[in-house]
Design a protein around this ligand. Structure first.
Ligand code: PMV
Length: 362
């Protein structure tokens, strides 16, 4: 019969890198030139929810993002779908009279519906949550019996940073050595309960799409920046070890020092690219007051004044600031400072201080 339909649903949060991934050694397989470490946010605030379905009545693979149909023809989607179909398992439901052989998955078509609980246009690494969720839900539907690190090699081929969103807590993406990418996987360093005093605040500066995509930005940096070579070969390997230790020991002052330094070096590499890539200070017309360098200088001044880091800041390939506080008390102090220096305009979407991770403030 052609009347059956099987479905699976999953949710995956986005993640924020504290040691950044920037630069690919293989663009098709998405293999990085350095390891990276991230923290996965709380799914209540910045996550993707994806429902996938399979039925013999579906005539082709289709996908809807936030209710709007999008094309699956891009190489990234095709690579993920192919990798998953190659690993699909058989499935039987005698009650419903469904029997799918391993190889049937190459003939069956899937429908994918994904929603972000946060505006896609906000430049908040929605592709990380999106591809992690797509791969996880399809793996469930297709009865793929692989562990998360194996699934991470598939999510990686959708969007590099997506491989880190398969786990909660702190996650490391090891660059690997193999040409095939088989060892370029994500591993969990510590789960979400390990350091649960931390509060992550995402200050949404602009809802504008970033001007330089991470793909073309990375290509430019790899081709033209000399700083990126030093960063990948010398700086990051040592920072990865220090960051792992800081996370293990819940050493906030080392964590903050490394996080801020790495964000600033990533943006220095961008500026060292020809033509230069400027992600910082890329504010929207509505939030002109919120300049990235102003927020950095306010936070640096605060940290210096206290004699020990109060907060860590980090910026990705867009203007939004991610700030990490060691606990609720400091987070509240931070929010008061943010609201003082950057008072919300009457018309803006400022709920804009979105709070991530375990501790949620409203
Ligand atoms: O995975 P992509 O292609 O969206 O690249 C992400 C790059 C950064 O967000 C800037 C850094 C990172 O490690 O997430």
């Amino acid at each position: 019969s052609k009347n059956w339909i099987l479905m699976a649903t999953a949710r995956a949060p986005t993640n924020i890198a504290v040691i950044k991934y920037w630069g690919k050694r293989d663009e098709a397989l998405i293999l990085p030139i350095n390891d990276s470490i991230s923290v996965t946010l709380d799914p209540d605030h910045l996550s993707a929810t994806t429902t996938v379905a399979v039925s013999p009545s579906f005539e082709k693979d289709r996908m809807w993002l936030n209710g709007k149909e999008i094309s699956l023809s891009g190489g990234r989607y095709q690579n993920c779908l192919r990798e998953l179909r190659n690993r699909a398992g058989e499935y039987t439901d005698e009650n419903k009279g469904i029997h799918i052989e391993k190889y049937d998955w190459n003939k069956l078509h899937v429908h994918i519906a994904s929603y972000n609980n946060f505006p896609t246009a906000a430049g908040l690494a929605s592709s990380a949550a999106g591809f992690a969720c797509l791969v996880f839900s399809l793996a469930k539907l297709m009865n793929v019996k692989e562990d998360l690190s194996q699934l991470s090699t598939i999510a990686r081929q959708g969007s590099g940073s997506a491989c880190r969103s398969l786990y909660g807590g702190f996650v490391k993406w090891t660059m690997g050595n193999e040409m095939s990418g088989s060892d370029s996987i994500a591993v969990q360093l510590a789960n979400e309960t390990h350091w649960d005093d931390l509060v992550i605040i995402v200050a949404v500066v602009s809802s504008r799409q970033k001007e330089t995509s991470s793909t073309s930005g990375m290509r430019g940096s790899v081709e033209t920046s000399s700083l990126i070579q030093h960063r990948a070969k010398v700086v990051v390997p040592s920072r990865i070890l220090q960051m792992e230790q800081a996370i293990r020991n819940k050493d906030f002052s080392s964590f903050a020092r490394l996080t801020c330094a790495d964000s600033n070096q990533f943006h220095a590499v961008c500026l060292d690219t020809s033509p230069p890539i400027v992600y910082m200070n890329d504010t929207s017309h509505r939030h002109d007051l919120f300049h990235n360098y102003r927020i950095i200088s306010i936070l640096e001044r605060w940290n210096r004044h206290e004699g020990t880091p109060m907060v860590a800041y980090t910026f990705d390939a867009g203007p939004n600031a991610v700030i990490v506080a060691p606990n609720q008390k400091v987070a509240i102090d931070l929010l008061q400072r943010l609201l003082f220096y950057f008072p919300p305009a009457r018309d803006n979407e400022l709920s804009s201080y979105v709070l991530g991770d375990k501790q949620i403030l409203h």
